[in-house]
Design a protein around this ligand. Structure first.
Ligand code: CMX
Length: 433
């Protein structure tokens, strides 16, 4: 497999670099820690390492050094499609290189070969309560497949060394990732379409086949490709990425680690914000029974803030400008659904919310993030069951977190184990200051 050979070459080079960095410069300080950071969710602490993506507060995300616009422009696309292959993004995240047509073709073929989901997974999903949330079902499906892990089997047979661990992880990742959109589409139709399932289309790619199995016409395939690329990685510190990395750091396999990451993504302050945003817009429309004027929208924002709630899809722990992932979706919407009332509402909110959040004076970032707009576009294509949105986010995020844990093993990163202090200790340190 050329894909694996390329990765192997890169892993070996970087492993040497990391070993040298540790040996020669291990004691060099890269920052200080304040009491505010310890109490405040470690905001801004540089304590994680990844080359797969980097989030600049003012520029936004770069995947392997490429901006959102560059990725959308440079990655190979299916014939006649507007958006690139998700398989190409996965290749980029894994190797750091923009793939050629031939290179992406290899990944597409591997994914097609491996995407068949074992029947027992469907039986487990079918037997779950109808009220179970889609992302819970996805995490259960991933956990159920843990018995397939080649990493876990090899570990039990004492075959794993620090040198070869990444190869088993990589094999698990290639077995697991292509199944995620298949399972998510199955869950969608099980829950919301009377379990009338649409079999996969063997001619289609990751995003295209997902749209096909959802039963939604073009250009939903392109929106799926776009969305899965955009949310695939956002550095290591966000909850889903960090959870996956943390669990894998104890040498749990990809199945355990991804299931944990899916659970980590669910909260309303993280991946759950996609659903909260559409809910917020729908509540506004229900309350007014019409599309609001600018003044009415401003008032609804203030009502939300005065009730002590957040405006979902605004603010960010790291970003300090409009999220380029929001902009890419906005551009898609301007092209494909400019007259949709809900889409117009998102655009109107973008005009008023930053000023209001600035006047409110709490949020460090008054600009929208990726989650504010996704639901509007999904709803336009018929996916208005907003509790499904975190599962959509999971499909995308799987690409980045699974790339990260492959590299974690490749570079021999150890188990993660930060140190705790007590409040008494912090009080005592503050008295010495
Ligand atoms: N609306 C109202 N208040 C907000 C706000 C928003 N959109 N964003 C931040 N604030 C408030 C915080 O709640 C906090 O208030 P308190 O001091 O009373 O606790 C204050 O502003 C300072 O917060 P911050 O330092 O700017 O933001 P954090 O790093 O603590 O949190 C985030 C970041 C994303 C959780 C927060 O902006 C938020 O809750 N946004 C709404 C939910 C959302 O869109 N989440 C999705 C983020 C992207 C993702 O992970 O998918």
């Amino acid at each position: 497999m050329k894909f694996k050979e390329k990765l192997k070459e890169k892993v070996e080079i970087q492993r040497e670099e990391v070993t040298k960095l540790l040996k020669d410069y291990g004691d060099v300080k890269i920052g200080d820690i304040t009491i505010a950071q310890v109490i405040g969710g470690m905001r801004g602490l540089k304590v994680l390492v990844t080359d797969i993506s980097y989030l600049d507060p003012f520029e936004g995300i770069r995947y392997r050094g490429y901006t959102v616009d560059e990725v959308l422009e440079k990655l190979p696309k299916p014939k006649g499609a507007e958006m690139p292959y998700d398989e190409a993004q996965f290749y980029l995240l894994m190797t750091g290189d923009i793939p050629t047509e031939e290179e992406v073709r290899e990944v597409i073929d591997i994914f097609k070969e491996k995407r068949k989901v074992p029947n027992y997974v469907y039986r487990v999903l079918d037997s779950m309560p109808r009220e179970a949330r889609p992302d819970v079902m996805l995490a259960v499906a991933v956990g159920t497949m843990q018995q397939e892990s080649v990493f876990a089997k090899a570990y039990a047979e004492n075959k794993i060394t620090k040198q070869n661990a990444w190869e088993y992880m990589f094999e698990d990742v290639l077995n697991l990732l292509p199944k995620i959109p298949m399972i998510a589409a199955y869950i969608y139709r099980l829950k919301y379409k009377n379990n009338e399932q649409i079999p996969q289309n063997p001619d289609l790619d990751f995003g295209g086949n997902f749209a096909y199995m959802m039963g939604i016409d073009k250009p939903y395939d392109d929106f799926s490709r776009l969305y899965f690329i955009l949310l695939s990685d956002h550095e290591s510190g966000n909850v889903s990425a960090h959870t996956t990395h943390l669990v894998a750091s104890a040498w749990a396999d990809a199945y355990y680690s991804l299931a944990a990451g899916i659970n980590g993504l669910s909260g309303p302050l993280h991946g759950g914000a996609t659903q909260e945003a559409l809910k917020w817009f729908q509540e506004l429309l229900k309350k007014l029974n019409k599309i609001p004027t600018k003044q009415e929208l401003e008032q609804f924002c203030w009502d939300t803030l005065n009730a002590g709630q957040v405006i979902p899809g605004y603010g960010h722990a790291v970003l300090r400008k409009t999220d380029p992932r929001f902009v890419a979706q906005l551009e898609f919407g301007e092209k494909h659904l400019p007259d949709d009332p809900l889409f117009q509402l998102v655009s109107l909110l973008y005009e008023v919310a930053p000023d209001i959040l600035t006047k409110h004076g709490k949020a460090k970032n008054p600009w929208p993030n990726c989650d504010n707009i996704t639901g509007t576009i999904q709803a336009y294509y018929g996916v208005n069951q907003y509790e499904f949105y975190p599962a959509l986010f999971d499909i995308s995020r799987s690409m980045g977190v699974l790339s990260n844990i492959t590299w974690d093993r490749g570079l021999g990163y150890p188990i993660e184990r930060p140190k705790s202090v007590t409040i008494e200790m912090l009080k005592s340190i503050s008295r010495q200051d």
